[in-house]
Every structure is written in structure tokens, then in C-alpha cells.
Design a protein around this ligand. Sequence first.
Ligand SMILES: *Cc1c(COP(=O)(O)O)cnc(C)c1O
Length: 341
Amino acid sequence: MEKKNIDWSNIGFGYVKTDKRFVSNFKNGAWDGGVLTEDDTITISECAGVLQYAQTVFEGLKAYTTEDGRIVTFRPDLNASRFADSARRLEMPVYPEDKFVEAVLNTVKANEAYVPPYGTGATLYVRPYMFGSSPVIGVKPAEEYQFRVFTTPVGPYFKGGAKPITIRVSDFDRAAPHGTGHIKAGLNYAMSLHAIVTAHAEGFDENMYLDPQTRTKVEETGGANFLFVTKDGKVVTPKSNSILPSITRRSLMTVAKDYLGLEVEEREVLFDEVKDFAECGLCGTAAVISPVGKIVNKDQEIVFPSGMEEMGPITKKLYETLTGIQMGRIEAPEGWIVEVK
Ligand SMILES: *Cc1c(COP(=O)(O)O)cnc(C)c1O
């Protein structure tokens, strides 16, 4: 199979249309079998549930080439079950988890020419999503839905090494207690746009959100979970019902415990104790880990001992071990790497 003529290392993070996408419709209470199509457009009612009341959920994962030349995805079964949880919370029909994984693998296979070669740092980003497609004017769930999966090649997240970022504690909240923070819904992102645009305008890379109820506990950023490392080498991640359960973060906690022999803790993390940590990172599919060098809260500045030039030593080990597992250089736990055949 011939690869597309793309400058893989320089494609950046925009949408690039690929050849095929998967589409399945839910109608009269059932999902159809779905098809792969070249049509990248959608025609729906002007009154569709998604357009009026934001009834839409999504997932994000990557397909990439391993060192030995296989095309694989990382733990797609966890995306499938999280997608089902998201759908249930917004009163949408669940797309069967096995069919979800099948649709992801088939869409990647159909766009194999866009899967970047090993060593470029680039990947094929996979975006499954679902939305209410039938008209809704009185507030209620739609009756019909569309599930789609498209792919788009994305460049290496860190060009020329992972430099620590600077974040601020946001004055805005991300997710209400007992709200929708734990699901991957477009609505959580719509309401984060103002916070991220103003953060960027003020020179910050990201927002740290605190729990809205007490504003004393660390939650997450707009699209990544926190990992902290204590001065005695323990890996700590915040626990809260309104954090989105990152697959990268869950995998890193397993790597910390089972591969690096570190102590791990998922617990409430007070903002007041953040200044005492040795390292801080943000975890998500896109970057795996982005090191955080500095956190600003009004006139308080926390600079981690690892500084603004490099990842902290344990963050770096975690990053190298997980990316080693993903790329096939280190043996993966059973079921983590799923090959596209
Ligand atoms: C997607 C997402 C993450 C990262 O999850 P991964 O499964 O690791 O990609 C973290 N926080 C939020 C709010 C997200 O939407």
C-alpha cells in the first residue's frame, strides 16, 4: 500500500480530509449496519437535536505504525466503553462496544495510506462521534442518531522536545458536581472556549480547573488529567466524579506501578499541596504527557523543581515507558495494543 505524499513531520494539528469515513444511523429503535463512504458532508434537519440542544458525544484515539511496521490502536475497548457511558448520560442510544471497535479499525484500514510511518512522530487521529439527527423543539432526546468515525493525520505534538508549559488556575469552572464532567461531550468544550481563549490571550498555555463547590481541590484542564509526583517519588492523580477518566492517565498509573515499581495514589488533591510536589504533567491522547513547569494562581506562582527547560525525571520515565509500549519497543500488557489488519 502506497502512503500519501505528506510531509509527516510538519502537518501540525489541523483537520485534513482523508478518503473514507464510517457512518451508521439509528432509526426506529435500531442501528443499521453502517457503511464506509467518501462523502465527508452531513445533511440534517435545521431542527436536529444536536443543533438545538447540543446532544452530541465523542471520542479521540490514535492509530500509528509500530517499530516493526504494524498499524495499531491503543486500548480502543476503553474508548468504546467510555463512549457508551457518555451516550447513556445524554439519553442517547449506546453504539455497541464491539461494533465501535470494529468501526474504528475498519475506518483506519480504509485510510491506511494516511497512517504516518514509524519514527515521524505523526499519527492518524481517529474521531468517533454521535449526535441527535432528528428534529427536536420541545426539550427531549432526539429519536434518530448518527454515529460516525473519521480520521485525520496529525503531526508530532512536541516539535523539538517537550518544553514545560505554564498554566493558570481558572476563574471559570469546567464541570458541576453531579454534572457532565465525567463524559466526553461537546457541551463541556463549548463552555471551556472562553476560558481557554482568555488564558491564551494572557500568555498561559492551559487552565487548571478547581472543584466548583469549594474551589480548593484540583480537577483537570480543559482536555487533560493531572499527574503529580511527590518529592519522595510517589505518583498522585486527583480523584473526583467530575473528572473525565483519561485512558492515558489510567495507563500511566499502571505503568508507574507495574513497570517502574512506583507507589501510586488516586485521591483528592488540594490546591494547597500542589506547591509541595516535585513534578507535574498533563495526560491525554494527543501529547501522552505535557510537562507543566509553572502554575499561576492570581499573584501566587508555583515553579516545580524540574524547571522550565525539561520534563521532570519521573515524568520522563513514565512518558518513555508508555510511548515505548505504544510503539512496540516495550512489551505491552495483554490487550493494550490492537492491530489493524
Ligand atoms: C479526552 C479528555 C481527556 C484525555 O483522555 P484520554 O483518554 O487520555 O485521551 C482528559 N480530559 C478531558 C476533559 C477530555 O475530554
